[in-house]
Ligand binder design. Structure first.
Ligand code: PA5
Length: 423
């Protein structure tokens, strides 16, 4: 469950948010009846209920077969990377040595990173999960060439085949073909599930299962978010209320939405969120410019600009209610003058930083939406993923853009291929 508070955004909007209810009702029908733009990519809509249980069982068995490994290398980019990375960071305990460790590759073209990764893997007992829906994306394909050679060298071709799992299209593409030829264990990204909406499919579930994340709880969170989104009433449907609020803020001249966190474990969730909204809405000259910041860290870098710069910003704060208990010690000399908060929980101090910042930013003309989750666990990760996905579909439809394509992503590829001399 989450709480959504829009009162500190409402005062910056001239239109009453609830006056959009009729439009929301119509768009809700368009979403659930799958009759709108990009409607052949709405497979994620029912995924919390219809996810492939047989496939999930196979993932558990695969994990069992490979127990004792040191690392799983997940190769992918964009929607085939960010969800797993976001979930892993959201749920992992800081500084705890993870076994198996989750390592990512194929999310850039850095020779420096790849060279050192290969060296690092020399001494590791590892498996590979290569993820690409199209099977033709350059970054993961390059990384997979290198890692395939490495793992074959290390274990021999036969054993390497048992250690490589491919998550890709069910019937086409070069990764699909390669997986068939080599006999890799295969997992499917359905045609109607786009990359950035795929984290609750094998794309996210396989890495999560391998590192011991409770995916049943995660799916339960997503199911609850699914049920909570069935009624389009803005009095009940928080995802739609969030979508309408950010839409109206945009119409009131706020062009930039910052997703703010006060917990470092949420920083990568913001990267996933940025792709979701940026790639879904940013087309045809439309869409909010999505940004993120980690407070209080970034209050010491971006704080000035947010408080006092170009007044085109609003903030959506992802707030966590319960975190660890740790209090500030009392020190006799009090040279740092902190004894006035000695004995107080650090989470209490963090909360006061949040409240103080919110007040200052609102005074400075920065509207605030606050989304509060109880804690950072698998349930809330699953809930938030579905919450933002359905909010994103509504947001993009309010803007009259197709949420599910990404024609702009092709532009850089065309140039890169031309410069590389691809035929
Ligand atoms: O959301 C998307 O569709 C993209 O970000 C893709 O996930 C990304 O480009 C990777 O594509 P693929 O999985 O085909 O390698």
């Amino acid at each position: 469950m989450i709480k959504l508070d829009i009162k500190d955004a409402k005062k910056f909007i001239k239109t009453n948010v609830f006056s959009l209810q009729d439009q929301v009702n119509e768009l809700h029908d368009v979403i659930v009846n799958k009759s709108g733009l990009g409607n052949d990519f709405l497979g994620w809509l029912d995924l919390p209920l219809t996810y492939d249980k047989e496939e999930l069982d196979r993932i558990y068995k695969l994990k069992e077969q490979h127990k004792g490994i040191d690392a799983i290398v997940v190769i992918g980019i964009g929607g085939s990377y960010l969800g797993a990375k976001a979930g892993y960071e959201f749920l992992k305990t800081p500084f705890k040595k993870q076994k198996p460790e989750l390592i990512f590759a194929g999310h850039h073209l850095s020779a420096n990173y790849l060279k050192h990764l290969l060296k690092y893997l020399n001494k590791k007992n590892y498996v590979i999960n290569v993820i690409s829906k199209s099977g033709t994306t350059t970054e993961p394909a390059v990384a997979f060439r290198l890692l395939k050679a490495h793992i074959e060298n290390k274990y021999g071709v036969e054993e390497a085949r048992k250690r490589i799992f491919a998550t890709t299209d069910k019937a086409r593409g070069s990764l699909y073909q390669l997986a068939i030829n080599e006999g890799y264990e295969r997992f499917v990204i359905e045609d109607n599930v786009g990359g950035r909406f795929s984290v609750l499919s094998a794309v996210g579930l396989l890495p999560f299962v391998f590192v011991g994340i409770d995916v049943e709880k995660m799916i339960k969170g997503a199911q609850d978010a699914y049920h909570d989104a069935q009624d389009p009433s803005l009095k009940k449907n928080k995802a739609y209320l969030y979508a309408v609020t950010r839409f109206l803020l945009n119409q009131s001249g706020k062009d930039v939405e910052y997703l703010i966190n006060y917990e470092p474990r949420l920083a990568f969730f913001a990267e996933w969120w940025k792709q979701l909204f940026g790639e879904s809405e940013g087309k045809g000259g439309k869409g909010l410019l999505v940004h993120s910041a980690s407070f209080t860290t970034d209050l010491h870098s971006l704080g000035q600009q947010i408080q006092d710069g170009n007044r085109i910003i609003f903030e959506t704060v992802l707030n966590v209610k319960k975190t660890d208990k740790l209090s500030i010690p009392f020190v006799e000399e009090d040279l740092d003058k902190l004894n006035y908060i000695a004995g107080k929980e650090i989470s209490y101090v963090n909360e006061q930083a949040f409240l103080g910042t919110k007040e200052a930013h609102i005074d400075g003309g920065v509207p605030n939406i606050v989304i509060t989750i109880d804690k950072m666990d698998a349930y809330h990760f699953g809930y938030l993923v579905y919450f933002f996905e359905i909010a994103c579909a509504m947001s993009a439809y309010l803007l009259e853009v197709n949420p599910f394509d990404q024609p702009g992503v092709e532009a850089y590829k065309k140039n890169m291929f031309r410069l590389l001399g691809k035929k």
